[in-house]
Design a protein around this ligand. Sequence first.
Ligand SMILES: *Cc1c(COP(=O)(O)O)cnc(C)c1O
Length: 382
Amino acid sequence: MDDLSPATLLSEPYGHADGSVTPPIYQTSLFTFDNYAAFADRMAGRDDRALYTRVQNPTVAAFEGMMAKLEGGEAAVGFASGMAAISSTLFALVKPGDRIACVEHVYPDAFRLLERMLRPIGVEVTYHAPRAFAEDPDLLKGVTLAYLESPTSAVFDAMDLRRVAAHARRHGTLTVIDNSWATPIFQRPLDLGIDVTLHSASKYISGHSDTVAGVVVSTAEIIAKLRDLTLPLLGGKLAPFEAWLLIRGLRTLPARMREHQRSADVFVDRLADRADVTRVNAPGANTVPGLIGRSGLMSFEVADSVDIPRFADALKHFRLGVSWGGFESLVLPCAIALDQAGPKNSMQTFGVSPRLIRISIGLEDVEDLWNDIQQALDDAHT
Ligand SMILES: *Cc1c(COP(=O)(O)O)cnc(C)c1O
């Protein structure tokens, strides 16, 4: 990251025309050429100027450049969603006959991708507890790719990524991590030896709950593979306007994460003090090596005396909904996810308590937020 801290890096203007501090939005599908020779040079690969927005766009490239620097990677590629980033990564790096070792309690649609699209074409998939990846040096023997989250979704179980990466290197296993929860402000997986870090940029990277997007950061070689294969052929490209929104979001990422952490720390202390809260899942700084902060997404279990629908309905500031990472605070009672219709999700498969409640602590005043949770819990006793 040169020698700049993230906050300085992210405020840098990019030398835009007339001194504009924000980049222009190249809202165009194609780029034209002045003459035959210039067009022919581009098509023959003798230069790499933008040709068509499905594969190249300067606004998207500006976002990708910022993400590569933040994560400490050689290159990055943006996608239309976190799931486009995940599926484009897996389809580029894995083929029928290969084995994927995935962490339990993985993001529900990543689980469905493995079960409904990769397993049916002959990719073998196994699931393991986070601890097993670090503690069993032979877990990755014969495994092509380890698909990781640290911490995991729903139960927020973290793993020692440095150890996992060392085991993986010995077995020739590629490691991919979904780093949406920590963001590069709190965890830089590539520094710990992980090969690929990716995000649902819909969450903290955007920070404003106004866009759905994804991004993958890795070596130049791996990103070139995605650019050669799954970006053009599956076509899940990041749109220029969305990239512009993400650049806008990134400017405040360090400041937002600091605030999320401050409020989350208050919540962890106070939740632990309540007799009707039986468990808090919220890893923070130094829970595992390389994790240096606590984001605002956590879960806690409530005692049987708490009527969960009544708790949810008594909330005044926290809103009910999926997603997270925005300015607004959210609650997701896991009983609702356990009841979800359709193909099995990862919560149903790996099992979470129906007493579990996930909260995303936003940027509102922490005392207002805590008072809200407190009055709703107090209100919900049977
Ligand atoms: C939301 C989410 C995703 C999926 O991202 P989309 O942008 O919604 O496609 C992937 N991983 C995690 C951890 C998420 O929370």
